[in-house]
Design a binder for this molecule. Structure first.
Ligand code: NAI
Length: 327
């Protein structure tokens, strides 16, 4: 039998946490033959709710679940974890300045970076979900210098999956037949959902849709604004789709992407495609043996170029804002 993998979920008493932990315990993240031990962290005001989630995990009698650690102690939460899904953060509240939200999250991610660096298992893989996801991941990377930069990522897979969903609805084809969309840049409204290399079967999506105006307009804004549309409809932000995307992200990273397919991940930029280096930027990646590689050599037209630059500029600006919060 396989040794259990320890999976940390921070913010586990929240909405996404509640959708995510049963998925992890059912083997959706790491495979149906992989036992897991769940580590759940939240803050003291949520301690009782967190304990309730732990009770439900016990009650669900998941065969793969070999243990549950539910705690408000960051060190206990991080100790020995192999995978860390960082969902906890400070939400933007009405009337709050962007800088105030940034400042709260920078301090959370700075301290959790140290705890992970000191206590997580070697080679721990980190996925930041909490917003501003790219910049929280960057702060985590900066304050955990002994964790390799390649091990620190942020979630743009939800945006990627939303793009697949929109194309499948438009063409009335199975979502599993749509491949190789790309989300470039920031997990924000400046992200660029790009279908120029996407296919259904062996046909380019652009040829099948035959409507460039839609693809260059409404399709992009629908994906960019989908989070807001969900909030409007549900009065709560996306949770089951975010949890599912987090499982997709980790599963593909650990177990590999299928031959001929790429996915989108926010990773530490090396300046590929002439986007800024030194920020966490979403790229098309393939994964093998537990490591991601940016897909190289894709043609970038003029329309796309502007969009890659715009979202890159926003990330540079967010990085500066984050650093101004530190001093
Ligand atoms: P939520 O408010 O329901 O849950 C957040 C949880 O984090 C709460 O239980 C809170 O007590 C906890 N928390 C706060 N500070 C913490 C800390 N320092 N350590 C540990 N836990 C802490 O929010 P929800 O809906 O679960 O969303 C979580 C985050 O994910 C938000 O930042 C949201 O904006 C982001 N998000 C990101 C998406 C993406 O695609 N990257 C998609 C959807 C949401």
């Amino acid at each position: 039998a396989k040794e259990p993998v320890r999976v940390l979920v921070t913010g586990a008493a929240g909405q996404i946490g509640y959708a995510l932990v049963p998925m992890v315990a059912r083997g959706i993240m790491l495979g149906a033959d992989q036992p897991v031990i769940l580590h759940m962290l939240d803050i003291p005001p949520a301690a009782e709710a967190l304990n309730g989630v732990k009770m439900e995990l016990v009650d669900a009698a998941f065969p793969l679940l070999k243990g549950v650690v539910a705690t408000t102690d960051v060190v206990e939460a991080c100790t020995g974890v192999n995978v860390a899904v960082m969902v906890g953060g400070f939400p933007r509240k009405e009337g709050m300045e962007r800088k105030d939200v940034m400042s709260k999250n920078v301090s959370i991610y700075k301290s959790q970076a140290s705890a992970l660096e000191q206590h997580a298992a070697p080679n721990c893989k980190v996925l930041v979900v909490a917003n501003p996801a790219n910049t929280n991941a960057l702060i985590l990377k900066e304050f955990a210098p002994s964790i390799p930069a390649k091990n620190i990522t942020c979630l743009t897979r939800l945006d990627h999956n939303r793009a697949l969903g929109q194309i499948s609805e438009r063409l009335n084809v199975q979502v599993s037949d749509v491949k190789n969309v790309i989300i470039w840049g920031n997990h924000s409204s400046t992200q660029y959902p790009d279908v120029n290399h996407a296919t259904v079967g062996d046909k380019p999506v652009r040829e099948l849709v035959k409507d460039d105006e839609w693809l260059n307009g409404e399709f992009i804004t629908t994906v960019q604004q989908r989070g807001a549309a969900i909030i409007k409809a549900r009065k709560l932000s996306s949770a089951l789709s975010a949890a599912s995307a987090a499982c997709d992200h980790i599963r593909d990273w650990v177990l590999g992407t299928p031959e001929g397919t790429w996915v989108s991940m926010g990773v530490y930029s090396d300046g590929s495609y002439n986007v800024p280096a030194g920020v966490i930027y979403s790229f098309p990646v393939t994964c093998k043996n537990g490591e991601w590689t940016i897909v190289q050599g894709l043609a970038i037209d003029e329309f796309s170029r502007k969009k890659l630059d715009l979202t890159g500029a926003e990330l540079t600006e967010e990085k500066e804002l984050a650093y101004s919060c530190l001093s």
